[in-house]
Design a protein around this ligand. Structure first.
Ligand code: ADP
Length: 252
């Protein structure tokens, strides 16, 4: 560390430097607390599926061979909890990156082709109908990281799938010199008091209900980071019992 040049400083200047220093210490302390909280939340969240896996594995060991129904149930539970852990670990690894470590692969992407392929793949993977209202010119190009944009869209589409059972509508158009992509579901929606918190790490509106839907509470915080690195503004509007609309604003 370089010593701060204090000689010749007036009392006011020294006071100001002291204030800045205190402010820096406060920031470091807050960040350290946040990191500690993050590690503690992550460990807790990973422990839950591990406990389920452990219990089912020990059941299998004791009675699995004699009881075919128990065998099937245990294998299913172990499989789905293992997938949950894998997804959560992937999300945690991404969240642990700093913005400058994201390693963007930018290229000119034909947005029409990209959207058609992405929605087609999602529809096939989850067997959920998507209504696509596309008003973009076929030749529209955007400069972006295709894989990360896909990841971003998948987070919202996946939530639309998990928290609604109807078709998902996706709309794409240009307005005021910006491209916007909207993902609309008519699902359970989010109460207005919960809205400011859903982008927080590990936040889930109703843990018990959401455990069944296989969520980790990390999707939207990852989406927020992806939006920042891709320079895409994200707007989430929701009404409990009515549904949720997510709008992505892209520059082109
Ligand atoms: P999760 O993995 O639990 O879905 P997210 O970070 O993606 O975590 O979302 C945080 C919480 O916000 C979810 O647990 C859910 O309660 C709520 N949420 C997100 N998207 C929707 C949606 N489309 N409809 C209703 N609730 C949603």
């Amino acid at each position: 560390f370089k010593r701060l040049p204090l000689e010749g400083k007036s009392k006011d200047e020294l006071h100001e430097m002291g204030e800045t220093f205190n402010h820096m210490i406060d920031l470091l302390e807050t960040n350290f607390e946040k990191q500690k909280q993050f590690v503690s939340n992550a460990s807790h969240e990973l422990k839950t599926p591990l406990t389920v896996i452990e219990s089912y594995a020990s059941l299998l060991k004791r009675r699995g061979m004699q009881e075919p129904e128990l065998f099937a149930e245990s294998i299913d539970a172990i499989h789905s909890e293992a997938i949950r852990m894998r997804d959560m670990t992937e999300q945690l690894l991404l969240l642990a990156k700093h913005n400058e470590q994201w390693n963007l692969h930018m290229s000119e992407v034909n947005l029409n082709e990209f959207l058609k392929q992405t929605l087609h793949a999602f529809q096939n993977a989850y067997n959920r109908k998507i209504i696509f209202n596309n008003e973009l010119q076929p030749s529209l190009m955007v400069d972006t990281d295709e894989q990360k944009l896909k990841q971003l869209m998948y987070i919202f589409l996946d939530n639309a799938r998990k928290y609604s059972d109807k078709a998902i509508t996706v709309a794409a158009r240009i307005k005021d010199g910006q491209v916007f992509i909207q993902m609309i579901d008519q699902g359970i929606g989010i109460h207005k008091d919960e809205l400011p918190k859903v982008f927080d790490r590990f936040y889930r509106v109703d843990k018990a209900r959401n455990r069944k839907s296989g969520g980790s509470g990390l999707g939207l915080s990852l989406a927020k980071e992806l939006g920042e690195v891709l320079d895409i503004k994200i707007d989430l509007e929701s009404k409990e019992g009515i549904g949720t609309t997510v709008t992505l604003y892209l520059q082109f």
